[in-house]
Design a protein around this ligand. Structure first.
Ligand SMILES: [Fe+2]
Length: 177
């Protein structure tokens, strides 16, 4: 005979809402330590620097003003991500990567194809490859439950920007193909 289900009990003095909020947190997942937070955010910040410069290359290959203005907006999103991540890295006692003036291509593989990109379509195809990478990285980071909650919500916001970038590029490539 199965035991009758007992009514759910809450700890004395704990409101159900608080108890539910606590239950959402995974109990077995350890929080990330500060040095790992700094390392992971530094990788993302470097990726944003690379993406910023990759957008610069792409913008130079695109003549259509409406397309350029989208690319410029996405480029500034990456700059904003870099600035915000750098602030958080410093708050944790770390040194953010430099915002290099040149494209070093540490993490972005699409640079080679951007160099030889012929016109709008080539540039957008290269940026699609790059944005697939930034989407993958931000998806992984924002889904990492070991980040502190407040940080994860920032990473989720950035991931939302990345999804917008990739989906616009895909739609535009479909439209002009
Ligand atoms: Fe992006």
């Amino acid at each position: 005979m199965p035991e009758p289900r007992r009514p759910k009990s809450y700890a004395t003095g704990t409101a159900p809402a608080e108890s539910a909020a606590r239950a959402e947190r995974p109990i077995s997942t350890a929080q990330m330590d500060t040095s790992e937070i700094i390392d992971k955010l530094s990788d993302l910040a470097q990726l944003d620097v690379d993406a910023f410069h990759a957008y610069g290359q792409a913008i130079d290959s695109v003549e259509e003003m409406d397309l350029r203005s989208h690319l410029e907006r996405y480029q500034s999103d990456h700059e904003r991500h870099y600035v915000e991540l750098s602030r958080i890295i410093r708050e944790h006692g770390g040194n953010p990567p430099e915002f290099s003036r040149d494209f070093k291509g540490y993490l972005i593989a699409g640079f080679t194809s951007l160099r030889s990109a012929m016109g709008t379509k080539g540039a957008l195809k290269a940026m699609k490859t790059n944005e697939e990478m930034t989407n993958r990285k931000y998806s992984q980071a924002s889904g990492d439950m070991r980040f502190p909650v407040a940080l994860r919500s920032i990473l989720e916001r950035f991931y939302g920007d990345e999804k917008t970038h990739l989906s616009w590029i895909e739609q535009t490539l479909n439209r002009i193909s």
